[in-house]
Design a protein around this ligand. Structure first.
Ligand code: 5AD
Ligand code: SF4
Length: 466
């Protein structure tokens, strides 16, 4: 895998545009597409680009994957069950393809950047037509041209691992919200994590390109921009022309009504970023700050670069700056050698921090990572028991946090009509909690409105528009 940073040249992008025109000109058999997405927001964003490129080539979206002419699976490999789920669904489509042999099936995403995986999959499953790595996504037109015109199976992975591509077309599913990818890759090498191996080293986009994209989105009516990166608060390190807090400042100045970002690493949460939370008009009062474990011994083994005290201190500083901030987390249980005592420390930390919510995972060994070879595997029964205890405790805290919102007024970005109750509108408040509410005016989609909270469910709030 190459670690050098390559910005794809205009010539290369133009070459892909020519391939796209050629696909459009020769295509007679395939007209529709469907993209199946697994994993994180970064993958969702990549899928929006895949859809954008396909529509640019003249294909239209099909709701049902079994009726589409081209199906692309955008995979995730963060845990073994993510791999299994994607593979299961890909294999399931084999029967459909027997009845509709013209169907093209492609696989892309992080799984295709696992060493030897793309070759293995194409060898093992002859009904798959092409494989595309995350660093080569922009080459979809070329691949499709080869597959359609040349009637051959194709692989494009790894050789351009560290690419940043500007200006790809994109299909945005919602009008009011948009993603902007600001950096890619990760240099942290947490011992359990496969991301640095499949997404490569950290590389940041130029701030001018990001701001230009944000301005275009604002003109298009977007109200909320989510900045994406595997480690967003590393933005700008080494290659960038701004730090992450400076980028947030610049976005606030151009008037982005709502700014969010995902994901940040506790060790890089700087005083400047905390200050920006206090200062910024647009930055939402929510931070996803994965702690992973509450035990210093386990944090060290995980190579996280902080301990529970420094994590707690940063959360305290944040809450001083923004008293109403909502904090969410990712937590892994049953990391190799995790003792009952280590786990109790995690439970204790969860109770002290009082997260709005947390994603909880049982440790999954990933080949190639440092933890893969660690001794002290935790038996499945113990892992299950631990995650169930953790979930129960977090659910109780979530309920308490929701209850604390009763009587308060919050700002909600309206996304549409509630799925459960057509008389209600739904959206997210600044803390990223779903709020269902009644309002006299139903033409509020895409607007930020004030809602008074009157009730709560297991993970949603209910209220009245004011
Ligand atoms: N096993 C379990 N969970 C993992 N995560 C990352 N790698 C693993 C793994 N090998 C979790 C972390 C991370 C989130 C995106 O996925 O909690 O923050
Ligand atoms: Fe994985 Fe750690 Fe990088 Fe997050 S910071 S992507 S958990 S290596």
């Amino acid at each position: 895998m190459s670690n050098s940073i390559i910005n794809i040249s205009i010539e290369e992008i133009n070459q892909q545009k020519i391939y796209a025109q050629q696909v459009k000109a020769i295509e007679k058999v395939h007209s529709s597409y469907h993209v199946v997405t697994y994993g994180c927001q970064m993958n969702e964003h990549d899928s929006q680009k895949i859809s954008g490129m396909l529509e640019h080539m003249g294909f239209t979206m099909a709701e049902d994957r079994t009726k589409a002419d081209i199906v692309i699976f955008n995979t995730c490999c963060i845990r073994e069950n993510a791999n299994r789920r994607a593979l299961g669904n890909i294999i399931w489509l084999k029967e459909t393809k027997k009845k509709r042999p013209h169907m093209l099936i492609g696989v892309c995403g992080c799984m295709m950047e696992q060493k030897g995986m793309a070759e293995k999959i194409l060898k093992q499953y002859p009904f798959i037509d092409f494989a595309l790595g995350t660093g080569n996504l922009y080459k979809l037109p070329e691949i499709l041209y080869n597959v359609i015109a040349g009637d051959i199976r194709c692989i494009r992975v790894s050789e351009n691992q560290s690419t940043l591509v500007e200006g790809l077309p994109l299909v945005r599913p919602t009008r009011e919200k948009a993603y902007i990818s600001i950096m890619q890759g990760c240099n942290n090498f947490c011992s359990y994590c496969i991301v640095p191996y499949v997404r490569g080293r950290e590389r940041s986009r130029k701030s001018a390109d990001i701001l230009k994209e944000a301005e275009a989105l604002l003109k298009d009516g977007v109200k909320e921009i989510m900045l994406l990166g595997q480690n967003v608060n590393s933005y700008g390190k080494g290659t960038g022309d701004m730090t992450f807090p400076e980028l947030l400042r610049a976005l606030d100045i151009i008037g982005v009504p709502r700014i969010r970002f995902m994901t940040s690493h506790p060790k890089d949460l700087s005083p400047e970023l905390i200050e920006e939370y206090a200062k910024s008009k647009g930055l939402c009062g929510h931070l996803h700050l994965p702690v992973q474990s509450g035990s210093d011994r386990v944090l060290e083994l995980m190579n996280r670069g902080y301990d529970r005290e420094s994590y707690k201190h940063k959360v305290m500083e944040l809450r001083k700056a923004v008293p109403d901030i909502g904090i969410t987390s990712d937590i892994i249980v049953a990391f190799p050698t995790e003792t009952d005592e280590d786990f109790e420390q995690t439970l204790q930390l969860v109770k002290e921090i009082r997260y709005d919510s947390a994603f909880t995972f049982v440790y999954s060994p990933r080949a190639g990572t440092k933890a893969y070879n660690m001794k002290g595997k935790i038996p499945k029964e113990i892992a299950t028991e631990r995650i169930e205890r953790l979930i129960a405790i977090q659910e109780n805290i979530t309920k308490e946090v929701l209850k604390e919102q009763l009587g308060k007024t919050c700002n909600v970005l309206v996304e549409g009509v509630s799925r459960r109750d057509e008389t209600m509108l739904t959206g997210k408040n600044e803390r990223n909690i779903s709020v269902n509410f009644t309002a006299n005016n139903k033409n509020l989609v895409g607007e930020i409105v004030k809602v008074k909270i009157t009730d709560f469910g297991s993970n949603t709030l209910r209220g009245i528009g004011v």
